[in-house]
Design a protein around this ligand. Structure first.
Ligand code: RNT
Ligand code: ZN
Length: 415
């Protein structure tokens, strides 16, 4: 008997096939957000203002300053995360080694080196137009700017990003999800809440007008409750984008930190997926007003993953991460958040689903609750270790040793 086979037997006694769970886990990619590596800096300019309600706190040494450094950091993170995953890139991470262009003129030329890099590693890619940290976003308004010229600029940016995303998906053989999030909103009360929403729908319609083969490319739209500087009104609210996504059958992006603090994504998935084809998740952790802390293996994350498995929604869900913490080692932040997301998913895949459904159907809610709770002390950690062993990554907390070495040898040199 090995530790894994002990766990396998314990689960089999409850009708759970750990091998099937491990297969499913290995086949589920998580999209790592490039922006955790450099505090949403990007490579357009030296140390510009982030703005648009996005704020990163902390100054842990070793932040990636170049594309090469960011790629090295990502390589280190992927090496410590079991499984084959994806890269989620923002447009402001364009490679301008062939010459600088503004955001409305971006083409595949500025992203080919990223695609080549991803291809060499067998990674799929996701993409995002960047509607922030730009002089034309200084008013906090982009696709809903009252000036038609500025609106037009951002519409062109959106169109350019969709073409780039489609080409990424085509070259990598896996559809790229391109996600639109805009900061547009108002710090104080607005007289007119309707007008900007009418503009937003028209702008999005213009951005999405070109038909693109879903085999290569999928569109997502992301709502937000409020941001710094948009406390009183956000144009792209949940109701707005849910309506837009249902009407246009785009993906709906749900960010765990973009709702009232007592709301949970796990409660929303089965409703949203009843009416839109697929969803994109920004797995994150809200702490008070902020939504950008490193993902934990906490109740909301576990409930989210349970819902994806219980509802058989994994095939219609694109899982990405979205947080930015500069107060700890940034590479570790990727590793911790991704491993926790995967652990949550494994826990969900190991649920004695048939047994729980049987109890529920029989109205035996006492046994259902008892079994939910007993599951928490089943030896799932041994199954996780087996996953790490099969995927050739360090077991348990051993990855921290590799990370400390990287910190000493690579990050410390970036003084
Ligand atoms: C902001 C949104 C958005 C961004 C990234 C950088 O509130 O969550 O997803 O975090 O696009
Ligand atoms: Zn997000």
């Amino acid at each position: 008997m090995t530790p894994y086979t002990i766990a396998q037997e314990a689960y089999a006694a409850l009708g759970v096939d750990t091998e099937a769970a491990l297969q499913r886990l290995a086949a589920t990619p998580i999209s790592l957000h490039c922006w955790q590596g450099d505090d949403v800096g990007g490579f357009e300019k030296e140390g510009g203002e982030l703005g648009s309600g996005l704020a990163v706190t902390g100054n842990y040494p070793g932040k990636a300053r170049t594309i090469a450094e960011l790629r090295a950091d990502l390589d280190q993170a992927y090496a410590l995360i079991p499984g084959r995953h994806r890269l989620n890139l923002h447009a402001c991470y364009a490679d301008f080694s062939g010459g600088k262009v503004d955001r409305d003129a971006l083409t595949i030329a500025q992203f080919q080196s990223w695609i080549d890099w991803a291809k060499a590693r067998g990674l799929g890619m996701d993409f995002n137009p960047s509607y922030f940290a730009h002089p034309k976003a200084d008013d906090g308004l982009t696709l809903t700017h009252p000036d038609a010229g500025i609106r037009g600029f951002w519409i062109e940016h959106g169109k350019a990003c969709r073409r780039i995303g489609a080409e990424m998906g085509r070259q990598l053989g896996s559809a790229t999800v391109t996600n639109v999030w805009i900061p547009d909103g108002s710090k104080d009360l607005r007289m007119d809440r309707k007008g900007p929403r009418v503009l937003l729908e028209a702008s999005l319609d213009a951005v999405f007008a070109e038909q693109i083969d879903p085999q290569f490319h999928l569109d997502a739209v992301e709502s937000k409750l409020f941001g710094i500087g948009s406390e009183s009104y956000v144009v792209g609210s949940h109701e707005f984008y849910l309506g837009y996504a249902i009407k246009n059958q785009t993906l709906c992006c749900l960010d765990a930190g973009h709702f009232h603090p007592t709301e949970n994504l796990s409660d929303k998935i089965s409703s949203v997926l009843q009416f839109v084809p697929e969803i994109l998740l920004h797995v994150s952790r809200g702490v008070r007003w902020d939504s950008d802390h490193v993902v934990l293996l906490d109740d909301p994350t576990m409930a989210l993953m349970q819902e994806l498995v219980r509802g058989d929604f994994l095939g219609r869900t694109h899982i990405g991460l979205d947080y930015f913490d500069a107060s700890i080692n940034r590479v570790a932040a990727w590793v911790i958040g991704t491993r926790n997301s995967l652990k949550g998913l494994l826990l969900a895949l190991l649920e004695p689903a048939a047994k729980l459904r049987e109890l529920e159907a029989a109205g035996d809610f006492t046994s259902r609750l008892a079994l939910f709770e007993e599951c928490k002390s089943l030896p799932w950690g041994l199954v996780w270790d087996e996953h790490c062993r099969r995927q050739n990554v360090p077991l348990g907390s051993a990855w921290m040793g590799a990370l400390k070495t990287y910190e000493k040898q690579v990050l410390a040199a970036r003084a």
